[in-house]
Design a protein around this ligand. Structure first.
Ligand code: GDP
Ligand code: K
Ligand code: MG
Length: 272
């Protein structure tokens, strides 16, 4: 059965979207090995049934908490056919920070731009086409608490299941880091890790302990001098790399927002 996974910041309206999608057709359990709640449900559409999984709310997809690890492992290893990223339209920068990480995981993302009613009240306006173009993902405006946009969200998500798409948003982290990412990618490409090489490379440069452990258990990788040299160099520069990566993600997000979102202050600015 095809699976749709819901990812989003806490309070973005993820559970409301989940309920609107699945109705009473849902059950609650636990993720294996952790005390994080697992909610699953079903959608029926055009005679077919789809599985929907509500992942824990997170701001990032590092290895910082059980919630983050559950969410990122499901996106990468649970092989959801589509990831529905619920975004709070009133808090767009912080929410899109998570979106950038989903796109880097090569997930097939549909953005539910939720709380559009609240955004309208605050005169925040979105150029949906521009937002979709910049992110390289379809955007469906929703008011989950009123079930608005939910049918379009289901339709678009299911449409995407069979589509062969390449995520378009590829963040450049600056010359130094991009070169390190490429080097690492080359070393990782012929190994059979369950994660995309580029994603592993970025996470290593961010100092992700979980991935260091995973790679240090790989014998052939650790017998490569090139790999040892690369890892050594990364460790010497890790603080600098980590800061730059976070900065560049926000720079990317700010650029998307500048092109696709109009807020009252900006509207005033353009008039003067
Ligand atoms: P979660 O933490 O992401 O699961 O968020 P919830 O689904 O629990 O929603 C948080 C709050 O926002 C609840 O009070 C919802 O009723 C409300 N909410 C969800 N979607 C919308 C929406 O589109 N518009 C408005 N105004 N409120 C919403
Ligand atoms: K909540
Ligand atoms: Mg919730």
């Amino acid at each position: 059965m095809d699976t749709l996974a819901l990812v989003g910041n806490p309070n973005s309206g993820k559970t409301t979207v989940f309920n609107a999608l699945t109705g009473s057709n849902q059950h609650v359990g636990n993720w294996p090995g952790v005390t994080v709640e697992k909610k699953e449900g079903k959608i029926k559409f055009n005679e077919k049934t789809y599985n929907v999984v509500d992942l824990p709310g997170t701001y990032s997809l590092g290895a910082f908490s059980e919630d983050e690890i559950v969410a990122r492992d499901f996106v990468l290893k649970g092989n959801p056919d589509v990831v529905i990223n619920v975004v709070d339209a009133t808090n767009i920068e912080r929410n899109l920070y998570l979106t950038t990480q989903l796109l880097e995981m090569n997930a097939k993302v549909v953005v539910a731009l939720n709380m559009i009613d609240e955004a309208e009240k605050r005169n925040i306006n979105f150029d949906i086409e521009a937002l979709s173009k910049e992110l390289g993902a379809p955007i469906i405006p929703t008011i989950a608490s009123k079930r608005k946009g939910i049918d379009e969200l289901i339709k678009k998500s299911i449409e995407l299941i069979d589509k062969d798409i390449e995520p378009k948003a590829k963040i450049s982290y600056g010359e130094d880091i991009d070169r390190e990412i490429k080097n690492l990618e080359k070393l990782l490409n012929d190994k059979n890790f369950e994660y995309p090489s580029r994603w592993i490379a970025i996470k290593l440069l961010e100092g992700d302990k979980y991935l260091y452990e995973l790679l240090s258990n790989d014998k052939s990788l650790n017998s490569s001098d090139e790999f040892k040299d690369t890892i050594g160099k990364i460790k010497d520069n890790i603080d600098d790399y980590e800061l730059k990566i976070v900065d560049k993600r926000y720079e990317f997000v700010n650029n998307v927002v500048r092109k696709a979102v109009k807020r009252p202050e900006e509207a005033v600015e353009t008039k003067t």
